[in-house]
Design a protein around this ligand. Structure first.
Ligand code: ADP
Ligand code: MG
Length: 225
């Protein structure tokens, strides 16, 4: 019975995804169609229309490229990887984006374990979380990436100084296509969740109490010694 339940849960996720994709792609397409029709009638605000049309095309582009990642079968390319190596790669990649907003990425490795994981997938998780943290902050500040282990788990915290997540939407943020951003796809956290489940890990969310901001915690099992 338990296996059945797990399976039907998975089916509903793909059903939910399919419905979401249809909806999310139809909206920009409807808008594109409208503007093409306007252009057909020889309207003069051509430049404005082209600008909006390009934005709508970019939305579809973003959604489809993130979906390609979801659709890609989970290859099982797992190895023992040093956590600090992955964090270093990812922060190098995102440093320019952080610099633009004068955000400092600070890494604090209390412990630096070897993780048994698919390196590119786990890096994708870290990238999505740091991107969200950068996007959440509208002024200069610090994003802290902290890692520690206890017993049989490794915890990696991504702590931002953004406004935090309102309690009223907290239960929805991991759902596919849920976004509060104009340019968002709402797929980032769902992808994180999916990758972490494949690694027998989890993603938890905490509101920071001292300052404002959110902490996303990635927890992963440590390889048996
Ligand atoms: P997207 O970034 O495309 O909106 P995500 O799945 O990555 O999609 O995130 C879903 C939503 O969760 C965001 O639109 C935002 O409302 C909320 N969220 C995620 N990370 C943070 C964060 N660090 N601070 C505040 N809100 C966040
Ligand atoms: Mg995101």
């Amino acid at each position: 019975a338990e296996e059945m339940m797990i399976r039907s849960e998975k089916m509903s996720v793909s059903g939910q995804l399919a419905a979401g994709i249809a909806h999310e792609i139809r909206n920009p397409l409807t808008s594109l169609k409208g503007f093409v029709k306007l252009l057909q009638t020889g309207h003069e605000r051509k430049e404005d229309y082209f600008k909006i049309m390009i934005e709508e095309i970019e939305k579809i582009e973003n959604i489809t490229s993130e979906l390609l990642f979801v659709a890609k079968p989970m290859t099982d390319d797992r190895n023992e990887v040093r956590l600090s190596d992955m964090i270093a790669d990812v922060s190098t990649l995102l440093q320019p984006q952080a610099n633009l907003k004068r955000i400092d990425l600070q890494v604090e490795m209390i412990e630096d374990p070897l993780l048994y994981c698919d390196k590119s997938q786990l890096k994708q998780v870290f990238i999505n979380l740091i991107k969200n943290a950068i996007e959440a902050m509208d002024q200069a500040g610090v994003i802290r990436i902290k890692a520690h282990t206890n017993a049989d788990k490794c915890h990696i915290d991504f702590v931002d100084e953004g406004p935090g997540i309102p309690l009223s939407i907290m239960h929805k943020v991991k759902e596919p296509f849920f976004t509060t951003k104009k340019e968002g796809t709402g797929l980032g956290l769902m992808i994180c969740n999916q990758i972490l489940e494949h690694h027998h890990g989890s993603l938890s969310i905490f509101q920071n109490t001292e300052k404002s901001g959110t902490t996303f915690r990635v927890s992963l099992p440590l390889p048996l010694q």
